[in-house]
Design a protein around this ligand. Structure first.
Ligand code: SF4
Length: 434
């Protein structure tokens, strides 16, 4: 029996799922707790110093509760750092080193002589509820944003062949997945490294892939898209009014990070020169129902009050639907650490408060405008108090919910039903089935 603790982003979750799938295929059983496990794999995150601390704590807890611990994931790229804190771990492997993780498990817990004890479910092991699933289309990144060490940890962009992505997606849909969440470090760059090769009739380009995925009949949601000009070609696949519309959800998760061109340049962001307000206007023009989600960093080294004010003004114009915001933090190994004029903590906090106040007001007004509208929602959970659902505008785990408090008894997880929105809060909606 093997236990697994999975930390970090949705991408790390996909890695955990792959490791568990392989282990199940080899006949290992998966333990839901520390006590029953013969060894525990901790899949770590090393993105921010706070995430590193959380990973070290998780390793410590697994050592205390179980004692036989294998570490993998992003923090695994720094084995000396981990061993310095936890010398008793059995093995450390880096991100995506599936084979090495399996070797470490084989050493710690020799495989069962009968590899067919546990038959592999058709979809592999999914750590997300079965009605939605993350679909990783590439690994790594060709950019060098100064605050980010992912390219150092995960290497350059490596796109999966389009037919392999599609085959995985088809299998997921066959076993009941209703929503596919497309993830990578840079979704709009998909296929650049393999020159957008066509393999078995499928071209490795995000527009083609989105169209192919959209034809499977599940909701398809795109995350981590950069505002390159070709993103405009994706919008007709979303717009209800266009001929090819409705194939993928009218939703784009675009990590803008900032709006001032000088800050973006200091961050070395991809598409830093893009006229983002013009792009947003063009997307909304082609698809008025589009939901835009983004993340931002405030207090980046050298950020002046005027630059921050530009970001606030930009938000007034951009009217993004969903927004996450981080205060800048140094990350060991990131080039931004060496930039001059780091911003004081209290200034970062103040800017974060002002930014979030604005973002919240925009979200509240946008949600209030939805009262009275009729829309489809997907059911995530049903208990005795009601059904927790999401609209097409809400990604799981990061966006809001729509709650149904009455007449929900016949609903099951994964159902897609039509509701009328009756009430709106700052981030969530309430509705009734019609
Ligand atoms: S685009 Fe920038 S932030 Fe995103 S993974 Fe690549 S280097 Fe990191």
């Amino acid at each position: 029996m093997i236990g697994m603790v999975s930390l970090g982003c949705p991408k790390a979750l996909v890695d955990s799922e792959r490791i568990l799938t392989r282990l199940r295929a080899e006949g290992y059983a998966i333990s839901p707790d520390y006590i029953g496990a013969d060894a525990v794999i901790v899949n770590t995150c090393g993105f921010l110093d706070s995430a590193k601390a959380e990973s070290l704590d998780a390793i410590g807890e697994a050592l205390r509760e179980n004692g036989r611990v294998i570490v993998t994931g992003c923090l695994g790229a720094e084995p000396d750092y981990i061993r310095e804190h936890h010398p008793k771990i059995l093995a450390v492997t880096g991100p995506h080193q599936y084979e090495q993780v399996l070797d470490a498990v084989h050493l710690a817990v020799p495989p069962s002589p009968d590899p067919f004890i546990d038959l592999l479910p058709a979809s592999g092991v999914s750590l997300t509820p079965r009605h939605y699933s993350y679909l990783k289309i590439s690994e790594g990144c060709n950019h060098k944003c100064k605050f980010c060490i992912i390219p150092d940890m995960r290497g350059r962009l490596q796109s999966r062949p389009a037919h392999a992505v599609l085959r995985e997606a088809e299998k997921l849909v066959q076993v009941g997945v209703k929503e596919l969440l497309v993830i990578s470090q840079d979704t709009s760059a998909y296929g650049v490294d393999i020159k957008h090769a066509t393999d078995r009739g499928h071209r490795a380009h995000i527009t083609d892939l989105a169209r192919d995925l959209g034809s499977l009949g599940a909701w398809v949601r795109l995350h981590y898209v950069y505002p390159y000009p070709h993103v405009r070609d994706l919008i007709p696949l979303m717009a209800a009014t266009s001929e090819s519309g409705g194939l993928i959800l009218p939703y784009l998760d675009i990590p803008f990070q900032h709006a001032h061109p000088d800050v973006l340049k200091r961050m070395a962001r991809p598409a830093a020169a893009a006229k983002t307000l013009d792009e947003i206007a063009a997307w909304r023009n082609a698809c008025p129902e589009i939901t835009l989600r983004s993340t931002f960093i405030v207090g980046y080294p050298g950020e002046t009050e005027a630059e921050f004010q530009t970001l606030l003004d930009w938000m007034d114009e951009a009217q993004l639907d969903r927004v996450g915001c981080f205060q800048y933090e140094n990350v060991a190994g990131a080039r931004s650490n060496a930039l001059p004029d780091h911003v004081a903590d209290e200034v970062k906090q103040d800017r974060w408060n002002r930014f979030m106040e604005k973002a919240q007001a925009i979200s509240e007004a946008k949600l209030a405008a939805k009262v009275g509208q009729v829309m489809q929602v997907i059911v995530d959970e049903v208990d005795e108090d009601g059904a927790t659902c999401r609209t097409k505008a809400d990604a799981p785990e990061i966006d809001g919910n729509l709650f149904i408090d009455e007449g929900f008894e016949g609903l099951s997880t994964g159902d897609i039903v039509t509701v009328e929105v009756e009430e709106a809060g700052e981030y969530d909606l309430w509705g009734r089935i019609i």
